[in-house]
Design a protein around this ligand. Structure first.
Ligand SMILES: Nc1ncnc2c1ncn2[C@@H]1O[C@H](COP(=O)(O)OP(=O)(O)OP(=O)(O)O)[C@@H](O)[C@H]1O
Ligand SMILES: Nc1nc2c(ncn2[C@@H]2O[C@H](COP(=O)(O)O)[C@@H](O)[C@H]2O)c(=O)[nH]1
Length: 183
């Protein structure tokens, strides 16, 4: 992995982590790291494309680099997933909650470049999740969760490590991403 770059995208639910990940994949041909979850697919999400969708039983058998409980479901990522993305790419990208990002910063040190996606207003996030088609009960449960409160702010452990990307406005965020990718 020495000559490779791993970008870890973190931040609150609805902040645009997946959108920025997809932009990196489309424009910069980054390798997408697929993670595992026990939650049900949302909208048009597909198994093996958006996530590896697991049962509690299959999740328990995985060999994971890190795993978390986020509100009602489990999520986890593996070294195999990272290596698979690096097979054909020099840059790979993973989307994690802030707890996972802290684990990556600790375990992978300078090998992981952490980007924290910032959106200031919870109501903006609510509207984005509504537009995405999330069920309203699920949105409210997420917005009331400890995980949501935690992920709204850059954690102390990442303060000297992460690059903050302002995604209150897509054009502004896109420009910052372009600058980071061409520096
Ligand atoms: N700057 C933006 N302005 C308006 N809408 C945006 C912006 N960025 C992303 N979106 C939209 O907001 C919704 C949530 O974005 P996205 O799914 O990328 O967030 P996320 O951080 O990955 O969320 P989650 O953690 O819940 O999976 C999507 O419908 C996306 O198209
Ligand atoms: N620590 C980890 N966090 C992960 C992983 N895969 C996704 N996530 C994060 O979970 C929440 C909820 O995701 P959603 O798709 O249900 O909206 C979000 O913050 C993701 O970034 C993982 O493997 N490890």
């Amino acid at each position: 992995m020495a000559d490779k770059k791993l970008i870890v995208i973190t931040g609150a639910t609805g902040s645009g982590k997946t959108s920025i990940r997809d932009y990196l994949v489309e424009k910069y041909h980054a390798g997408k790291i697929i993670t595992h979850t026990t939650r049900k697919p949302r909208g048009k999400e597909q198994n093996n494309v958006d996530y590896y969708f697991e049962t509690d039983e299959s999740f328990a058998k995985l060999h994971l680099l890190e795993h978390v409980k986020y509100v009602t479901a489990q999520y986890g990522s593996s070294m195999e997933g990272i290596n698979k993305a690096f097979e054909n790419h020099d840059v790979a990208v993973i989307v994690l909650d802030t707890k996972g990002a802290i684990t990556y910063a600790r375990k992978l040190k300078d090998q992981a470049e952490i980007w924290f996606i910032k959106v200031d207003d919870p109501d903006t996030l609510r509207q984005r999740m509504q537009k995405r088609g999330d069920e309203s009960q699920r949105i409210e449960k997420r917005l009331a969760s400890d995980e949501f409160m935690r992920d709204m702010h850059l954690p102390d452990e990442l303060k000297n490590v992460a690059t903050v990307i302002d995604n209150n406005d897509w054009q502004v965020a896109q420009k910052q991403v372009d600058n980071l990718m061409t520096k």
